[in-house]
Design a protein around this ligand. Sequence first.
Ligand code: PXP
Length: 248
Amino acid sequence: MSQIRQRLGVNIDHVATLRNARGGAYPDPVRAALLAQEAGADGITAHLREDRRHIMDADIEALMASIRVPLNFEMAATAEMQAIALRHKPHAVCIVPEKREERTTEGGLDVAGDMNRLADFIAPLTEAGSRVSLFIGHDPRQIEAAVRVAAPVIELHTGRYCDLVAEGEAEAAALELAELLKGARMGHELGLEVHAGHGLSYATVAPFAATEEIRELNIGHFLISEAVFLGLEPAIREMRRLMDAARG
Ligand code: PXP
């Protein structure tokens, strides 16, 4: 199989986290998005959380008006967020579970347990022209359910794998990775476009970048953290280099 270049979506949420720490105007997430675009990002991801802890409504508006690469709008499956997505009609909508008390998105969406509601939720977004993606774990039931609710895309949650690597749990990490890659192949065979993301870094990106069935990676926190030391463009360029090297 010839290797199709994998897309890199850069998540700029934590530029907004830094901005909001002081309540002012900088650093500006839109400036970060434009720089990311210059550095080769194929898309920009922004998560408008219900509590607006980082990205705010005005950021989504400004991003839609400024960037030329596609916006992947991450959101919870709520009526408020659906209305915002329908107003902006971003290229992609990634539906994530959201709990107010969590520090970041901790688990995947329970698609299998919420099929009727999610199917009704997704339909108008698809009709409006957004590609809907569901952020899920590697459980085959969830992957099958994504097909049943007519989502064209799934994003596999790589967070647990990255945590296990960081904790030095090599055996458990290898098992988790095998399940994720099995999930990617299964999703692809079922006709879904497969993405992956959460917690990825230079140390953990390679096996996902090397997997043909994974068409896109979405990476945020690590890149913004690296940008403190290297600058955003070099940090993104290095990630791009590692992805291309792993894909061979
Ligand atoms: N993909 C999804 C669906 C996410 O919710 C997040 C975090 O907002 C990411 C990717 C990026 O994760 P990280 O910031 O850990 O790279």
